[in-house]
Design a binder for this molecule. Structure first.
Ligand code: SIN
Ligand code: FE2
Length: 204
């Protein structure tokens, strides 16, 4: 097992296969109400390879003109984001170690060729709250390192039902997804991976 940076916790198989299947149904409904859209990098407008949507009172979005931010509505439909499913709230309450509710749940969909460059999650006002992410579907090669850009990173394989927590000294850990391992899970009908990232955005 890789030696994870301080404050980074990997909880393999926290969700049972039944819980994963139920969560996929919840997310299917979220995506019906708030369709996946193509996010673009600030300034360059370069399209990211993942498809995104959100649930919660705030959603994380990015586009060429206005960059990274949280907003209460979907950038394409203009509608409020649907609520965070109860099962995800329960996971947050179990692992976040934080007494207030999450406000945002970013839904990332990775096709076989999608990836996510190394970055920090730092668009939130309350860095005391952990970032909690749930993996569903195909395995991925996840990379994580301490909050210093030049520090050494470690790689681990995240599987469906795993939960990853970035908290405390690991709250600003660098992280990214180097690759998807297509067709390593039968949870989703088609090839791909979904990550669900819960965050507290505002100070309570
Ligand atoms: C993210 O950092 O936004 C996503 C991480 C993941 O896909 O697990
Ligand atoms: Fe992130």
């Amino acid at each position: 097992m890789a030696n994870l940076p301080d404050g980074v916790r990997h909880l393999p198989g926290l969700l049972s296969p039944q819980a994963q299947a139920a969560l996929v149904e919840d997310i299917r409904k979220v995506v019906e109400a708030a369709p996946l859209y193509v996010p673009a990098m600030p300034r360059t407008g370069k399209e990211m390879s993942v498809r995104m949507t959100n649930c919660g009172s705030l959603g994380w979005v990015t586009d060429k003109e206005r960059g990274y931010r949280y907003q209460p509505t979907h950038p394409v439909t203009g509608q409020p984001w649907p609520p965070i499913p109860a099962a995800l709230i329960a996971i947050w309450q179990e692992v976040a170690g934080y007494p207030h509710m999450p406000e945002a749940c970013l839904v990332n969909f990775y096709s076989a060729s999608a990836r996510m460059g190394l970055h920090q999650d730092r668009d939130e006002a309350d860095l005391l709250a952990s970032v909690v992410s749930v993996s569903l579907g195909d395995d991925c090669l996840f990379r994580v390192g301490p909050p210093q850009r030049s520090a050494k990173t470690v790689s681990l394989r995240l599987q469906s039902g795993d939960v990853l927590v970035l908290g405390g000294e690991g709250r600003l850990a660098y992280h990214g997804v180097d690759r998807i391992y297509p067709d390593t899970s039968i949870l989703l009908k088609n090839t791909g991976r979904i990550s669900l990232t819960l965050r507290r955005v505002t100070k309570p």
